[in-house]
Structure formats: structure tokens, C-alpha cells
Design a binder for this molecule. Structure first.
Ligand SMILES: C[S@@+](CC[C@H](N)C(=O)[O-])C[C@H]1O[C@@H](n2cnc3c(N)ncnc32)[C@H](O)[C@@H]1O
Length: 198
């Protein structure tokens, strides 16, 4: 079998239209979480990793922040461009992050990284935030890893995290964990994380 991240990204590339077409209603906890990020950033700038169809970016921008949309899958980038937004292909595992932002945001994205890749992305994110900048992301709570064909009918790889593991990796990559909220999910609970550069 090939690299789990490559397989997962290929599934998003092929399944982007299906992903975007699925009925979606932003949950209350997510709306609150994004609003809190926007408030902390206060009209500033956000680098979003794995924007997908760009729903979170659109919501965040209603609070007056400016979001740089990126995704590893060209299909999502083209989808956002077709909606009139600027968007760039950025494979968070292999590519350099450029610029300076008040926050890096990745909703339901870093859960596709191996633990060593997560550490690399946390470090790269630290390198592009301003003083007291933020890293905000959501992952699934649990142990180990799994493959799932749910929703896209194509394989996606997941790494599950416990609070203590996240705090440890964040601490060792230049972040202070501000909050980890557990939110009930359909197959596994979610961890909504906000960390600040230290
Ligand atoms: C579950 S979707 C979440 C999309 C969006 N954040 C949302 O909440 O709707 C995961 C996203 O991560 C992107 N992704 C997966 N692997 C990636 C990688 N290596 N680099 C950048 N984006 C990646 C996928 O293309 C997809 O858009």
C-alpha cells in the first residue's frame, strides 16, 4: 500500500464534488468555535489549511477577518476559485508555509496526518504566525489510526488523538494550549483545539 496521506489526498481530489454536494449545516459548537477564533484574531489574517469547499473561510470572514484559502487538492482550490475566491494549492506535509498571519486554522484536516507529520505541520505553522499568533484545529478523539471509506466511498486515513498527546506535541513545537473542547461526534468525539505561540 502507498503512503496514507497520498491515498487520502487522492480520495479528496476525486471526491471533492461529492464532498461539497453533501448536505451541510454548521453545528452550534463549530459556529461558536470559529466565532471565538475570529474574536481572538480581531480583524486580522488567517492561513487556512485544507479549506475544502471554503465554508469555514466564508463564515470566518463574516467577522471581518481575512482568510488565505489553501488545500492540498486542486479540485477544492478550483472550486473556491470558481466561487470568486483566491485559493492556492498547499500540501501541508511537503510544502513550505509562507507569509505571516495572526492564526493558522485547520478544521478536520490535521486528523489525516501521521503523528510525525502533525509535528512537522505544527512547527511550520509556528513559523508563520505573529507574536501571540494562534493555531486552531479540530481532530478526532481516540487512540490509534484507522481507514474509512465513509461519505466519499474512497479511502481516507485518520489518526486519533488524546488531549494529553496534543498538549505534549504542541508544547514541544512552540505552542501553549489555550483550550481543548470535546464535542460529541457521530463516529468519534471531536477535539476543538486553540493554541497560542509562546
Ligand atoms: C474533512 S475535509 C475538511 C475540509 C474543510 N476544512 C471543512 O471543514 O469542510 C479535509 C480537507 O483536508 C484536505 N487535505 C487532505 N490532505 C491534505 C494535505 N496533505 N495538505 C493539504 N490539505 C489536505 C482535503 O483535500 C480536504 O479539503
Amino acid at each position: 500500500m502507498g503512503d496514507a496521506g497520498d491515498i487520502t489526498l487522492a480520495s479528496y481530489e476525486a471526491g471533492a464534488n461529492l464532498y461539497a454536494a453533501r448536505p451541510y449545516v454548521m453545528g452550534e459548537a463549530m459556529a461558536r468555535y470559529l466565532a471565538r477564533i475570529a474574536k481572538l484574531v480581531e480583524g486580522g489574517t488567517i492561513l487556512e489549511l485544507g479549506s475544502g469547499p471554503g465554508r469555514d473561510a466564508e463564515y470566518l470572514e463574516t467577522f471581518g477577518v481575512s482568510v488565505t484559502r489553501t488545500d492540498g487538492a486542486l479540485a477544492f482550490v478550483e472550486m473556491m476559485r470558481a466561487q470568486g475566491f483566491t485559493a492556492e494549492v498547499l500540501d501541508m506535509r511537503t510544502e513550505q508555509f509562507n507569509g505571516t498571519y495572526d492564526a493558522v486554522v485547520a478544521n478536520a484536516v490535521l486528523l489525516h496526518l501521521r503523528r510525525d507529520e502533525f509535528e512537522v505541520v505544527a512547527r511550520k505553522s509556528r513559523g508563520v504566525v505573529s507574536v501571540e499568533g494562534l493555531l486552531a484545529f479540530t481532530v478526532k478523539k481516540g487512540d490509534g489510526t484507522s481507514w474509512s471509506n465513509a461519505k466519499l466511498g474512497l479511502p481516507r486515513h485518520y489518526t486519533y488523538w488524546q488531549d494529553s498527546q496534543l498538549r505534549q506535541v504542541l508544547g514541544s513545537t512552540g505552542w501553549e494550549t489555550l483550550s481543548i473542547e470535546t464535542v460529541v461526534g457521530s463516529t468519534a468525539d471531536w477535539l476543538f483545539v486553540i493554541a497560542r505561540a509562546n
